[in-house]
Write a new protein. Sequence first.
Length: 448
Amino acid sequence: MTPIDISHSEEIFTVSRLNREVRFILESNFPLLWIEGEISNFAAPNSGHWYFSLKDAGAQVRCAMFKPHNRKVDFVPKDGMHVMLKARISLYEGRGDFQLLAEHMEEMGVGKLRLAFEALKKRLAEAGLFDAVHKKILPPMPKMIGVITSPTGAAIRDILSVLKRRFPNIPVIVYPTLVQGSAAAANIVSAIQSANRHAVCDVLILSRGGGSLEDLWPFNEEIVAQAIFQSMLPIISGVGHEVDFTISDFVADQRAATPSAAAELVVPESGELLAALQQIQQRFIRQIQEKIQQIQLHLSWTDKHLQHQHPKRRLAEQSQHLDLCELTLVRLQNKLTQQYQANLKNSHIKLLSMAPLHKIRELHNQLIFESQTLQTLIKNALNHSQQQLINHAGKLDALSPLATLKRGFSIATKNQKVLHNAKEIKIGDEISVQLMEGNIDCVVTATN
């Protein structure tokens, strides 16, 4: 065999260099990509890294997911699980194994939903549904609040609790709807349209509690987004927890982190409003006092001016006129003071009527009245029943055999059977005679 001359041949690679070059080519020419498949041969050694294969019906590929990335995964992978990976293509130089380095992992169903979410979000944003120019302003003091949610969930309890604490006088209408499942989106749309059609609310809260992406999916449907966008009433979206974002949050006029936060956005704190009213009252009182002081100063100045202006020879002549002017000023002062006091009293009465304590007193008085009425009805019913019992007792006493015995009669019995006819006994029979007090045992000696 003739030896090969390699002195003029092409460059010779070592295995390490070859694997390193191939790895560089793979990693530099393929960006991060999404890939789906079924997990097999899953292993999680003490290092915290994950190693597994991803396969489909025709092929498989080795995968690695290092600890800094896999600790962000909120589930534990296992063999047979269908997942979606976001990974880089690479090569393990030590063995020359082609592999994927996973940076993100989702269960297959969640991955598809997330991709659909991002696609719809991008399309609606381009259509202008998220633009601030379309956002409606929330009313500072709504006369009525509508809540679109499940009537049995935790969200409605949280919302009503916050509204009762912050401003209990504002009425609330609940538009019950499904918030989970395939029929929920159409149900939510119907509730929004119904609230707009009735137009009795000033603002709507669209809400539900936390859950998985699948649970919150009705709030990511395009028909719900369009219904929110077309609503004439302003809508606050309070769906899920703080970390949850839905399409409804972006389309709504205001996004709240939680249902409770939505309730806090929709109404002011009654204590803050009461404090503002008290400031207005104090400012009004100061204005009245300043006006009175001005009148008093003017009166004093007028009095001094008149005293200096009139000569002594006209003082007696003008004294009556001066007294009249003084009385007129006093009357005007009193009248003005009474007007300001009446206005202040009316303002105070209005303020008290708006205070929750006034409403509580009214309800307490009503409760006392109802309690007294109930006690009277119960007493009358007891008296009526007692009188009926006395009447029935009297009738029963009149018909009682004991009443007959009291009149001197007796009852004769044979073998505990009451005797009515002398033919029922014969001479020698033993009978018992019941008197008013005691019994007599007798032997029959004759019958008539």
